[in-house]
Design a binder for this molecule. Structure first.
Ligand SMILES: Nc1ncnc2c1ncn2[C@@H]1O[C@H](COP(=O)(O)OP(=O)(O)O)[C@@H](O)[C@H]1O
Ligand SMILES: [Mg+2]
Length: 359
């Protein structure tokens, strides 16, 4: 098992810094997910850790040992990519053992490792098949197995499930989680899929434009986004964002939008806010709930619903501001009619309008 320490890492292509003075510490045995939109530098960072891309500046240490310029084969890493790149003419067994045979590992050791990896990945019955006779999910298991037999201290996964259909993705996601539990190795996993990040990670590093925006547990990243970008990137449907400003009404701190006002007394601000200060309210759909008849905070009009099976996604208009919220199958409502809701303001987020930073 191995910890990873990245210091002041810069990767430039010409004048453009794809990774910009990045610091990141990954703990021994941790499952760290790099999450961000396409093109934000996830693969570049991953490849730098794996030794496939040179650093322009900065350093990378594994367990305190400087590996910034170490050859990929000397880093003790196993990599799994989006495209599985299996040799079509070789059996699963030979695909998995290829690297070990090149490294002249003895036959008995190879056999033992293949049996173990195949069992962990539940592909023992496929060992003598060729890749063409496997499903996409099975091929990706083989690619993971190929990395697994290499005695890696760190596993790097770069969008390994992106080529699979939704059902297989969910299945294999669970397998990867079990695999991490079973072998306990440090794992770094790149994805643009927030569900994969939330379900797999011990901690998520949310990236944008080569810069880590927030590094925290899935729950903290979701519940307390460090800035408006993180708030908007995680969550589906997306967080409602409403601009407004703070004011004081009868001695009570209030957030006023063009359409409605919210009492802010219960909100645990991290930064001091001033009357008159402009901000963006970030409110997740699940924090707007139907009023129970006795208490109602906001009166709106239900404008549209989308049944999702387990629940119903709804849009209501509050004084000209449209917000998404959730309804259960038991709720009674009529599209086009008034609809009263309670808003859990303690769970809301507020972001500075200029910097996007959480208030
Ligand atoms: N070899 C390269 N030369 C020039 N630009 C590159 C090279 N590799 C990646 N980039 C650029 O770096 C940025 C980040 O790419 P990448 O790390 O692949 O993003 P991600 O994996 O997050 O989608 C992109 O803008 C990409 O065009
Ligand atoms: Mg990528």
């Amino acid at each position: 098992m191995t910890s990873v320490s990245i210091r002041n890492l810069e990767i430039r292509y010409g004048q453009h810094a794809v990774i910009d003075k990045l610091d990141l510490d990954i703990r021994d045995g941790e499952f760290l997910v790099l999450l961000g939109p396409s093109g934000c530098g996830k693969s570049t960072l991953m490849n730098a850790v794996g030794g496939l891309t040179d650093a322009s500046a900065g350093s990378i240490h594994f367990d305190g040992k400087d590996v910034t310029w170490a050859d990929p084969k000397d880093r003790g890493i196993g990599m799994v990519f989006q495209s599985y790149a299996l040799y079509p003419t070789m059996s699963v067994r030979r695909n998995m053992s290829y690297g070990l045979r090149i490294a002249r590992v003895d036959r008995a050791t190879i056999d033992r490792k293949i049996e173990w990896a195949a069992e962990v990945l539940q592909i023992t019955h496929l060992l003598d098949r060729k890749p063409a006779a496997l499903s996409g999910g099975q091929r990706q298991r083989v690619a993971i197995g190929r990395a697994l037999v290499r005695d890696a201290d760190i596993f790097l996964f770069d969008e390994p499930l992106s080529n699979l259909d939704a059902k297989l993705r969910a299945e294999l996601r669970l397998e990867i989680k079990k695999l991490h539990k079973a072998i306990g190795s440090t794992m770094i996993y790149v994805t643009h899929d927030q569900i994969e990040a939330l379900t797999l990670a011990d901690r998520i590093a949310v990236m944008k434009d080569g810069v880590i925006q927030q590094l925290d547990t899935p729950l903290n990243v979701y519940n307390k986004p460090a800035n408006a970008f993180v708030g908007g990137f995680l969550g589906s449907p997306a967080m409602n964002k409403v601009e407004g400003q703070f004011s004081t009404r009868d001695g009570t701190l209030t957030f006023e939008t063009g359409g409605f006002a919210l009492d802010m007394e219960a909100y645990p601000f991290e930064e001091r806010v001033e009357t008159g200060q402009k901000a963006t309210l970030g409110l997740r759909p699940e924090h707007i709930v139907p009023a129970d008849g006795t208490s109602r905070q906001l009166e709106g009009t239900l404008s549209l619903i989308e049944p999702m099976g387990s629940d119903i996604l709804a849009w209501s208009d509050f004084g000209g501001i449209s917000m998404a919220h959730r309804l259960s199958q038991e709720d009674s409502y009529t599209v086009g009619n008034p609809f009263a809701v309670n808003i859990d303001t303690r769970k809301a987020s507020f972001f500075d309008q200029a910097t996007g930073k959480r208030l």
